[in-house]
Design a protein around this ligand. Structure first.
Ligand SMILES: Nc1ncnc2c1ncn2[C@@H]1O[C@H](COP(=O)(O)OP(=O)(O)OP(=O)(O)O)[C@@H](O)[C@H]1O
Length: 294
């Protein structure tokens, strides 16, 4: 396997007039990875991806895709599929015509009926784009992005507006692409999806990569939580509480299993019933909140 990253962003800076939207950003995405670029609103994700997709020149720094400048369209674009937030379909074309037309521009080969099938648009094949629902348009967007199984696919908020069946179908199709070795770059505000799907996550905030790593690496930086309530006049539990209010306790810990064991053993021995006990590892949401509040 080649060791050249599919995407290599090195000390990228992007400015709009006096405003620096992206500052000194570096990250790499390897072949076959699903990399989620997440961030707070206005963090610079779209600006960064527009540069990686070859639509915007860096103000300084370098961006390489398949080892090339992405503005070399002829070399890079045929290997890429892009699902944008705003689709640019012609409203008068039918679904089938749209896939065929956009597909023909990719210089890749595919079967239009296959794409209609995986996106559950077969019954809408002769419907004009102007008559599609929001979710159906998103699925059409996806069909055109994955036409011909590109080596690299950008999915920008791919599941916004999709019902649960359509979401599952989309992720199944993404899994098939990954089996073929396709590299995926995902942006989404659905953190749960990123947590489930991404091999690695880059968290952007105010133009820089605030944190990067696997979900386990990112969540390891924050404590897990145990929450419970105690009845009036119960003895105090044997753990240091981070917060206690009206008999409700919050314990933050980097040793979840050990502390939970201690707490449950104490409750059993003291015949104390823990009310509404909840214990869980740190979620990506917590990491996200921490960067927003920092
Ligand atoms: N054409 C432009 N001219 C001036 N400022 C811009 C322009 N495009 C984006 N910006 C600013 O650059 C910053 C980064 O914007 P960008 O769209 O890249 O963020 P984002 O991370 O994609 O945000 P969101 O999650 O809200 O979509 C924002 O502060 C935005 O207002």
């Amino acid at each position: 396997m080649s060791t050249t990253p599919v995407i290599d962003v090195d000390h990228l800076n992007l400015t709009y007039g006096d405003f620096q939207a992206v500052r000194d950003l570096s990250f790499q995405v390897g072949r076959g990875e699903l990399y989620a670029l997440l961030g707070t609103n206005g963090a610079g994700k779209t600006s960064t991806l527009e540069t990686v997709e070859g639509h915007r020149p860096p103000s300084s720094g370098t961006v390489r895709v398949f080892g090339k400048d992405p503005r070399e369209r002829a070399a890079v674009r045929p290997r890429m599929g892009i699902m944008l937030q705003e689709s640019g379909f012609s409203p008068d074309l039918t679904v089938r015509e749209s896939i065929r037309l956009i597909g023909s521009l990719t210089q890749r080969n595919d079967n239009v009926e296959r794409l209609l099938g995986i996106t559950d648009l077969t019954r809408k094949a002769t419907t004009r784009v102007s008559q599609l629902s929001g979710g159906e348009k998103r699925r059409l967007d996806f069909a055109t992005a994955v036409y011909g199984t590109p080596d690299l696919v950008f999915l920008d908020e791919p599941t916004t507006g999709l019902d649960i069946q359509s979401r599952d179908a989309l992720w199944n199709a993404v899994d098939r692409l990954r089996e073929d070795g396709t590299t995926i770059v995902l942006t989404t505000h659905y953190l749960e999806e990123a947590q489930q799907r991404a091999d690695r996550i880059g968290l952007m905030h105010q133009g820089t990569l605030n944190r990067e790593g696997t979900v386990a690496e990112l969540t390891r930086t924050l404590p897990a939580t145990i929450r419970f309530g105690l009845p009036p006049h119960a003895p105090m539990p044997p753990l240091q509480a981070t917060r206690e209010e009206d008999g409700r306790f919050l314990i933050e810990t980097f040793g979840l299993q050990k502390d939970l064991h201690t707490l449950l053993g104490w409750a059993q021995d003291s015949a104390v019933e823990l009310a509404e006990l909840e214990a869980g590892p740190t979620r990506l949401d917590d990491v996200f909140r921490a960067i927003g509040n920092a």
